[in-house]
Ligand binder design. Structure first.
Ligand code: GUN
Length: 315
């Protein structure tokens, strides 16, 4: 089953291609070389607005966020998530556990309480966790129907079986499919190459692309001649975690390039896994920042709303 079909079944009607036509008052989204910028901020705003409307008619959807590390980046991410929930008229609570005081058993106990609390529809444990705490154990202690990150075995299994209408899907890869869909990028019959095989992005991304009827290649750090493999892609999704790994030599003319990476350069600027020179050959590119990142948060709102709604309907 394709993602947009499963969302439609769940009451989220997301039209395809609505962002491909440039409104006359917007600045030109194309670079001088004709590469279209796939604007995640605009697409995410569209999804957030949809969630804001749905929550009014469907009733409350509450996310509990657990922050158990001192990592400043994690705190920033969590604050962005809480703010987005507020703006959409959805509720959330932040449970902070000081990193020095956290233990695996205390975290599991906390999650069990949230699992049993009917007013909590989604549970998110911000990663990474402090050293010595098993990420797997913590994720697996979340009830699958509240696992709004879609990281737990149950949801991973449903994704790979193609049972998308029952699954909570990982926010970043699902956000990529929605972003491409809103821009009218068709995946059916295309050759998609995913660079990176992480559990959070690469693997679920490849599963979702497969369900969109793309022919999927997963490449990674041990792939011989990565450049050649990438150059075969109609759609290239880069989630390698390496700053500017992919440059114009990796990209076929006219390909759609999705950059999932985000890094801080030594001079304080942000960059992705893709070098900006790909705009000279690519047909479309997600910018960093403002591409995939905003979609991740928007999909978290949508997942929490879905979790609440699925439970309400006893699914
Ligand atoms: N840390 C970085 N990205 C994520 C994410 O998507 N979910 C969680 N829980 N932690 C993260």
């Amino acid at each position: 089953m394709r993602l947009f079909d499963s969302m439609r079944q769940d009451g989220f009607e997301i039209p395809t291609g609505i962002l491909s036509a440039k409104p006359s008052h917007e600045p030109d989204q194309k670079t001088a070389s004709g590469c279209l910028s796939l604007d995640g901020r605009i697409a995410a705003q569209w999804v957030r607005q949809l969630c804001a409307e749905k929550v009014k008619s469907w009733g409350p959807a509450h996310l509990a966020v657990i922050l158990a590390s001192d990592d400043p980046a994690s705190r920033i991410y969590v604050n962005h998530k809480i703010k987005a929930f507020k703006e959409a008229g959805m509720s959330s609570s932040l449970i902070e556990v000081p990193a020095g005081m956290v233990s695996e058993s205390a975290l599991v106990e906390l999650i069990c309480q949230l699992n049993d609390d009917p007013s909590v529809h989604g549970i998110l444990v911000q990663l990474p966790l402090p050293h010595g705490i098993s990420q797997t154990k913590i994720i697996e202690s979340i009830r699958p129907d509240k696992d709004v990150d879609g990281f737990a075995n149950h949801n991973v299994g449903l994704l790979h079986q193609g049972r998308l209408s029952r699954a909570l899907l990982p926010c970043t890869p699902a956000g990529v499919v929605v972003l491409l869909g809103l821009y009218g990028v068709t995946l059916h019959g295309k050759h998609a190459v995913v660079v990176g095989r992480s559990a959070i992005v690469g693997k679920p991304m490849s599963g979702l692309l497969l369900h969109e009827d793309a022919t999927v290649t997963i490449a990674h750090s041990k792939t011989p001649d990565l450049k050649k493999v990438c150059r075969e892609a109609d759609v290239l999704v880069v989630a390698a975690g390496k700053p500017e790994l992919v440059n114009r030599d990796f990209v076929k003319s006219g390909a759609v390039v999705v950059d999932v990476g985000i890094h801080r350069t030594p001079d304080g600027k942000l960059c992705g896994d893709v070098h900006p020179d790909v705009t000279g050959v690519a047909g479309a590119l997600t910018p960093v920042p403002g591409g995939v990142g905003p979609m991740t948060i928007a999909m978290l709102l949508l997942n929490t709303l879905r979790a609440a709604h699925l439970r309400q309907r006893g699914r």
